[in-house]
Ligand binder design. Structure first.
Ligand SMILES: [Zn+2]
Length: 187
């Protein structure tokens, strides 16, 4: 153990070895050590054997397993970037800039060859938090049925599209497809 409870730590700082505690909020594991992913104070739960960092800046603490709503800001072949706007089930908008990404391996249950057809810039997605490496580096998954695009933005006119018979249709006449959530249209 490198620190005691309530110590202030910076992102990347070693908290303890992986054997000592179970990593919880705002921590990650690297080379056998549990490290802090944000600046904050160390919290230790001796009953649960967990170690976490309590954020100083974050009004809302994001946890692995949370479902979040965000919008797509960039789509690459292997990675779609997401700006997270809120934690699902908690309708307070997050004010700090949490950013995440959906890797191609976690976009869908089925094999995907490119993310370009699955997400477009401006789409609103629901995703599950898989890992938190830092404020701007949150690993997200849309492989569960209820996750994926919940509102698709038309690439021609930038309006949100309607889902009609499993097909996205825009009032401008454009039709398209996406990696659609079973909750399409709802939040
Ligand atoms: Zn349109």
């Amino acid at each position: 153990m490198n620190h005691k409870e309530n110590d202030l730590v910076l992102p990347g700082e070693v908290l303890c070895t992986y054997e000592e505690y179970i990593p919880s909020s705002w921590t990650y594991v690297e080379d056998g050590y549990i490290k802090a992913s944000i600046n904050g104070r160390i919290l230790i739960d001796d009953d649960e054997r967990t170690i976490s960092v309590s954020s100083i800046n974050a009004p809302e603490c994001l946890k692995v397993g949370d479902y979040v709503i965000g919008h797509i800001t960039e789509v690459k072949q292997n990675k779609a970037l997401v700006t997270i706007k809120m934690i699902k089930g908690n309708n307070r908008e997050i004010v700090t800039g949490y950013k995440g990404f959906i890797h191609i391996s976690k976009a869908n249950e089925d094999f995907v060859s490119s993310l370009h057809d699955m997400f477009k810039i401006g789409d609103i997605v629901e995703a599950k938090v898989v890992n938190i490496y830092g404020f701007e580096y949150i690993d997200l998954s849309t492989s569960e049925e209820e996750t994926g695009v919940i509102k698709a933005m038309c690439v021609d006119c930038r309006k949100f599209m309607k889902l009609v018979d499993n097909k996205l249709v825009c009032e401008c006449g454009k039709t398209d497809s996406r990696n659609i959530s079973s909750n399409y249209g709802g939040i």
